[in-house]
Design a binder for this molecule. Sequence first.
Ligand code: NDP
Ligand code: OXD
Length: 312
Amino acid sequence: MTILIQTTTEASLRRWGAVIAERAPDVAVRLGFDQADPAEITYAVVWKPPLGMLAKLPNLKAIQSLGAGVDHFIDDPDLPDVPIARLYDPWMTRAMTDYVVFNTLRFQRDMDVYWRQQDEPRWQEHLSPGPEDCRVGILGAGVLGSDAACRLTGLGYPVAVWSRTEKRIDGVESFYGMVGERGLDAFLARCDVLVCLLPLTRETEGILDRSRLQRLPRGAALINSARGHHVVDEDLLALLDSGHLRGAALDVFRTEPLPADHPYWSHPRVFVTPHVAARTNPPTAVELVLENYRRVSRGEDLLYPVDRVRGY
Ligand code: NDP
Ligand code: OXD
């Protein structure tokens, strides 16, 4: 049993190598496809593997994503038919919830407005609502969405989630599916702050287009820390410029790094962060990576499996 770690930078390969060597010194690890004999690899641990690379591993038994999302390889036309696991790490969940809470507070307390006023400079108070008057809606009620929903509820925000199936989360309203009084349009109409924490799939690609964003109440804000392809950029920019939306906090983009000439960088109502809402943290993420390695070695099912048909 040999592990292949495949990531996008030498630094992260070295970091993963060091963490596994410390935690499981007896496990054979290859850092990068170029360093491996393809026939020896049984377990591939990957972030954005090159298309077709996984198909070159004839003895592969399982794939572990180094992200909660699997969109970075699930559409590979040559993806081997082996079990796949997404990443789950409480450290990462807490980081994402921190990011969502920080940005929700930023909008609710008008910090985005004060930030712009400082450029003028202008000394002007605003009558910011309390959390009880700021309705938050979270698209996605999985690992990340449900944790953010619980924390925000504890802070006094009225919170609703939208998912494929109905949810029961204490103090949180559940909306689900596309139609009906619990469907997507009804959900959007009650969101002063909309948070996107959906996986990127064929169903959710471009879900935040003009028609959906227009259903938000005037003056609503968007927080997208899921994937850039959930948002139709031109539609978001048009609604920010028209004043329908007050602002957007964006952590993820269709092209990453975000190109230097992209209008988001200089837009006064957009707050850009470079895909850092919940980074993968090797010292904690290694727990699941090694547990799934042991499971593969024993022929057991993976923890946190991905449904290939649903795409998450
Ligand atoms: P989960 O798989 O745990 O949850 C996904 C949720 O989305 C589920 O509630 C699911 O509904 C819902 N969903 C999926 N498809 C649909 C659909 N078509 N209609 C309605 N609801 C849908 O994912 P996580 O919470 O762990 O992560 C979400 C995403 O966050 C990741 O896929 C990744 O893209 C992004 N992410 C971003 C990071 C960053 O740093 N910016 C870091 C980590 C993750 P149901 O429960 O009914 O199946
Ligand atoms: C993830 C990510 O999917 O970091 O985990 O984006």
